[in-house]
Design a protein around this ligand. Sequence first.
Ligand code: PMP
Length: 460
Amino acid sequence: MEKLTFTDQQKAEFRQDALKYILPHFADNAELAKGPKIFTAGEGCYVYDIDGNRYLDTFASLLTTICGHHRPEIKAAVLEQMDHLEFFPNYVDTFTIPLIRLARKLAEIMPGELSVSFFVNSGSEANETALKMARQFHVHNGQPHRYKVIARKNSYHATTLGGSSVTGLSWFREYFEPLIPGSLFAPQALREDYGGIVSDTVPRGLTSLAIIEEMIQWEGPESISAVIMDPIPGSNVGYPLPPDGYLQGVRDLCDKYGILLIFDEVQTGFGKTGKWFACEHWDIQPDIMTIGKGFTGGYIPLAAAVTTPKVADSFRKEPGKELRSGSTYGGHTVACAATLANIEVIQKENLVAKAAQTGEYLKTELEKLKKHSIVGDVRGIGLLWGVELMADRDAKKPLEPKGKVGGFIRQWCWEHGMILRNNGDILVIAPALVISREEVDMMLGQINEAITAAIKEFSL
Ligand code: PMP
């Protein structure tokens, strides 16, 4: 890895121009006011900023760089592909070799019948595509009135307008309403022993299944196109595992009422949970699965909506029935080569099994954080964990004002060389699959110290 160096004058200009010429994604003006963070290099689980400071990244570049930064195998695959053909679109009737090889690999590793891929550039587009697939599938099956979608409160699916319509977090929706009609929201399914703070009205156990069925019946089953859900809800809520039987129950409801089931595994796929895909923990297969983020290892953007031959065949029967969707760069040639190399690294180094083992260790070690009275709940699986902070664990009393302690802990970690994500007062941990035991211990030590510092700072 080659580190870049800059003069103080150059650094000041980069900082100034970052703010002047760029609107960052989901920007935080309060954070930006402290100055932009500019990264220049990466190695394994570490990144380096423009001042040469090193940070252990416990969120793997937004859940993407799962095989670590600076992998020679992936770089070699990219360069090799560029020697042959950097790009030709997957359009109308054209394909490239890395695209076909990647699709073949997905058919091999994806659960059940999921074997036919539609490639796009982002997780948002993958979910957008899945929703369109479901709508068009029903039209071809003589059910054009199936347009509604059941999603879940607190689940994130996309930044696009279609995907925002099924995103159950008001912050992402508020400036853009009204969104697509027919987007319905069921509650999340929480285990009986879920320890996080939720209102008393949020159901426990399998009650949320009954609510979904009631919604289907009330709306009219013949009007519902799809149910979309993340089998393990994501970083916004800190990975609460679903109750056993819940995903099977959703599958059964979809089958009973002729609804397509979409699993959004953009965050949970590719080994993060200790299996290739989260739904494999409960052995449930969707009709469409969306993948992104770790899929590419962060090297070049690529995502996909992967479906079954049954759904795909409805688009390949006769002229006029083809899936009406596409983009110029979806299935980019070099992105496919990089992604294939990323998957090969995961396989060669047994990183899925390693994530499961590290997950067991994290479970035990994170539980120990409960020695701090403000650690209210610890939940997750594999390398996806949420640590929820509370003012009072027994009374489930939230910290006031919301996010202040979580923000302090994130900042403390940053100042001590570690990137930690917080969602309000939920600390969210999702390191790369390659994280070593030593790095895990370092991360745990820093979180412990940061919590201790927060307790002292706020006299908690
Ligand atoms: N689904 C989930 C569960 C996600 O976490 C995200 C990204 N945060 C997306 C979809 C959208 O992916 P992208 O940002 O690549 O569009």
